[in-house]
Design a binder for this molecule. Structure first.
Ligand code: GCU
Length: 840
């Protein structure tokens, strides 16, 4: 009796561990975790029938077998042939024709490219679920769709359903360098390259192709837009072909970023003038060579005349002349040119009040409308500046009416917390996609323009800068994968709602437990707004250090230089006057109806106010607050919400696997601390610049803080922190003796339990050791190991490196002595900003 009870307990234990198995996140949303009620899908036949002779069918069938077996806990088998038994039949129009079998009647011959139809067919006693793709890609998309239905617990469709993508271009760009680094990549090194070559082991590339296909993405540009000049060397093309081989089974075409000087640098021609016949011939021969190695090659992405890249301007040629020269070489093979609209001068004159970087896209391209070859797509960033936390839609979208366009969105969170902060981007992208440009005084939302619908363009679509890396979970922050997933879903159907995308992602990634789903959905849903609140409001842009890594606060870095990310703050007011009446005239680039809304300070939406107008700090917003008070309040609100992420996340302990639980907890803890760094930097800066105090008296007033420079130091010396706003009191202390230093203070808090918080700086270059004692007894110790601040940061105390650790629930009484010990490592001098003692 006793034995069997023990056995039962043991089995229960195994069942429990199976439910919450350890996970690295590598499976992303394709976990195929066993579902709670597999009987709901009892009608799904256990045979997966593959018609003879189509390798594409096999990829889809294998995926179905893997997913359904794992989720439903019964074996699914693949059978070949044309059997008349119950089966899931996965096929495409061409396979069906080849098989010559009218084994079932279907209506699929009307399917659009890449579309699928999925439905049950019962004939007599035979029960079939048919997934029919218009082509191999459609077939794969149909298979993934069925798997998503099961994984997210939706009912099987009772009537046949069909679906097709919004537009033909659904690409991601990877900004990977051949040396294995990734520009603006925050999740480890490249999955494609190492040490100047394509990696020997490309397993992760095939896994990436599978992930992309599962959300309908059909192209990857596999190298940095700031393209290596070796890219088109013959031996590199042979190497790239190995990447294409890994992606092909998933219907994902590989493409390359190329530098326009390649005919000169690689081809050794005296010129790269795009209209020169030798240059034209060179591109043709080079493209032919590529297609020999990579028959399904997607085409080229071109960044030219931008941020130091050469371009046609060198020969007084236009972007159209350059794009067309390359496009003509690609056209016979079905390849595309994605020419980037991100062309601007980064040496603008700050003193010229008419100078405006936001104007550049429109100014450089609108006159060329209609002059591009039919296989050229202009790739336009969502906003006119550069992936800021909020920007208006680029006016170029409405200006190109005879040219195909794709919207470029940034999945990698360059200005949005670098996958150390949770920021769910779908609501931001939808804000742009839903912006009605009112071209020709009619409804022309950006999504319909890039789909090619508004102006009847043949191509167009979506490009997302993804930058996944070798980190097991692809993007470092488990929550960041919702952005890759969401990008694919929006590219497939920009009409989907944020909630539809988010809820399905959560279920697939974390399971269907109602508390898990509601908690994660709620955390993610508002995360963009929260990040905006504590980093840059009212359209001012992310107030990060734009001259460094674009991570922490560094407010004035955007001003008084040639980069043109200005917000023109002085003691009386703030904002870029982009009006036609008195400003740079940028607003006049929008169609008249929309321009009218932006031009008038009273109708301009508040969240774009400082992008469009220069106003006094006392300007009253639509909600009745002054600009400056709104900034204070938003920063405090946003940072306060970020503090709730940890306790909300902690309610999920035990409901999800420990590994991803702990990883996310660590990131949320970091974000809570860094949100305070942002809050304090921006609010103090505004208070100093405007001279207007916070009505609630919070800014610059931190009664619970003990500044490190005011503690009794043993070895520590004070330093000025630059920029001044990124440290409390603008000072830190550093220790330059290898044996270590200490800071001591006597506390005067009434007896109670408190949090002891240490705000310190964690450089990239060292692993300083710290410990805290209370009355000589240790409370805790830690190593500043730089696992959470940005992937790279300057080795300075500043807004990038400032971070904190909290020791909760420590009993204190007046007269207690608190001592902090720091031991430097390498060039990191165990820097400290302050200690804060807060109430539980
Ligand atoms: C941003 C980014 C660069 C990138 C550029 C681009 O400026 O910081 O790293 O090269 O965009 O999109 O070309």
């Amino acid at each position: 009796m006793r034995r069997s009870r023990n056995l039962g307990l043991l089995l229960l234990f195994f069942a429990a561990t199976l439910c919450v198995r350890a996970e690295t996140g590598s499976e992303a949303w394709l976990r195929y975790a066993p579902i709670a009620e597999p009987s709901r899908y009892a009608t799904l036949p256990s045979r997966i029938l593959v018609l003879p002779g189509s390798p594409a069918d096999l990829a889809a069938a294998n995926e179905l077998q893997r997913g359904l077996t794992s989720m439903l806990g019964r074996p699914f088998t693949i059978v070949h042939g044309v059997h008349g038994t119950d089966a899931i039949i996965v096929t495409n129009l061409a396979s069906l024709t080849r098989a010559g079998a009218a084994i079932f009647t279907f209506t699929g011959d009307k399917l659009l490219p890449e579309a699928f139809t999925l439905g049950e067919k019962v004939e007599g006693k035979t029960h079939r679920l048919i997934i029919l793709g218009a082509d191999p890609r459609g077939e794969l998309y149909g298979a993934f769709h069925l798997l998503e239905i099961v994984a997210s617990g939706q009912p099987l469709p009772t009537k046949p359903i069909s679906d097709s993508p919004s537009s033909p271009v659904r690409w991601v760009n990877q900004w990977d360098n051949l040396d294995g680094t990734i520009e603006r990549g925050y999740a480890g090194r490249s999955i494609f390259y190492d040490n100047g070559h394509v990696r020997a082991d490309l397993t992760r590339v095939s896994g990436y192709g599978r992930l992309l296909a599962s959300v309908g993405i059909n192209g990857v540009t596999v190298n940095n837009v700031n393209s290596d000049l070796r890219t088109l060397e013959p031996e590199m093309i042979v190497e790239f072909a190995r990447i294409a081989d890994q992606l092909r089974p998933w219907g994902v075409r590989m493409s390359l970023s190329v530098d326009l000087s390649s005919p000169q640098v690689v081809g050794h021609l005296p010129t790269f003038d795009p209209v020169d016949p030798t240059v034209i011939a060179w591109w043709r021969i080079k493209v032919d060579e590529i297609y020999k190695a990579i028959p399904d090659f997607g085409g080229f992405v071109i960044k030219a005349d931008s941020e130091g890249r050469v371009g046609p301007s060198q020969y007084h040629r236009t972007p159209a002349e350059a794009a067309n020269a390359v496009a003509r070489a690609l056209k016979p093979h079905g390849g595309l040119v994605l020419y980037r609209g991100f062309v601007y001068n980064n040496h603008l004159d700050y003193n010229d009040l008419k100078a405006d970087r936001a104007r550049a896209g429109y100014d450089n391209f609108h006159a060329l409308d209609g002059k591009f070859e039919s296989n050229v797509v202009i790739q336009v960033k969502n906003g006119p500046i550069d992936f800021q936390v909020r920007e208006p839609a680029s006016p170029l979208f409405a200006a190109l009416q005879h040219t195909s366009q794709a919207i470029e969105l940034q999945i990698t969170q360059e200005y949005l917390g670098q996958q150390r902060h949770m920021v769910f981007l779908v609501p931001m992208w939808k804000t742009t996609l839903d912006t009605d440009m009112r071209a020709d005084n009619r409804s022309t939302p950006v999504k319909e323009i890039v789909e090619g619908k508004s102006f009847h363009q043949p191509l167009g679509g979506f490009v997302g800068v993804a930058n996944v890396g070798l980190d097991a979970n692809w993007m470092h922050h488990p929550m960041a994968m919702a952005n890759l997933y969401g990008f694919g879903k929006l590219a497939w159907n920009p009409g989907l709602t944020t909630d539809q995308i988010l809820d399905t992602w959560t279920r697939l990634t974390w399971g269907n437990h109602p508390t898990v789903v509601s908690t994660i959905d709620e955390l993610q849903r508002h995360s963009w707004h929260v990040y905006e609140q504590y980093t840059g409001n009212l359209g001012i842009g992310t107030l990060t250090n734009i001259l460094s890594y674009h991570f922490g606060p560094g407010i004035e870095s955007a001003e008084r230089n040639g980069w043109g990310q200005w917000f023109r703050a002085d003691s009386t007011g703030i904002g870029m006057d982009r009006t036609v009446a008195t400003g740079t005239g940028y607003i006049g680039q929008y169609p008249p109806e929309l321009a009218k809304v932006y031009e008038d300070v009273n109708t301009c939406p508040d969240d774009l106010l400082l992008f469009m107008h220069h106003v006094p700090y006392t300007h009253v917003l639509h909600d009745g607050k002054t600009v400056v008070q709104y900034v204070y309040d938003a920063h405090y609100e946003g940072a306060a919400t970020a503090q709730t992420y940890v306790p909300r996340w902690q309610t999920l302990k035990g409901l999800i696997d420990d590994e991803r639980y702990e990883q996310t907890l660590k990131l949320f803890t970091y974000q809570a601390g860094h949100a305070i760094v942002w809050r304090d930097a921006v609010t103090r800066w505004f208070q100093k610049e405007s001279g207007i105090p916070d009505k609630l008296g919070r800014v610059g007033n931190y009664p619970d803080r003990i500044e490190a420079e005011n503690m009794t130091a043993e070895g520590y010396t004070p330093v000025d922190v630059k920029p001044w706003e990124t440290a409390s009191n603008s000072k830190a202390v550093v220790c330059n003796q290898a044996s270590g230093c200490s800071l001591t203070t006597t506390l005067d808090k009434p007896a109670d339990n408190y949090n002891i918080i240490v705000q310190y700086f964690d450089f990239w270059s060292g692993k300083s050791r710290f410990s805290v004692d209370l009355n000589g007894k240790p409370i805790g110790n830690w190593i500043a190991d730089d696992t959470l601040p940005p992937v790279r940061a300057e080795n300075q105390p500043n807004g990038d490196t400032s971070t904190r650790i909290t020791f909760p629930n420590i009993p204190l009484k007046p007269g207690d002595t608190l001592t902090l010990h720091g031991t430097p490592d390498n060039t990191e001098p165990a820097p400290v900003d302050y200690v804060e003692i807060t109430k539980q």
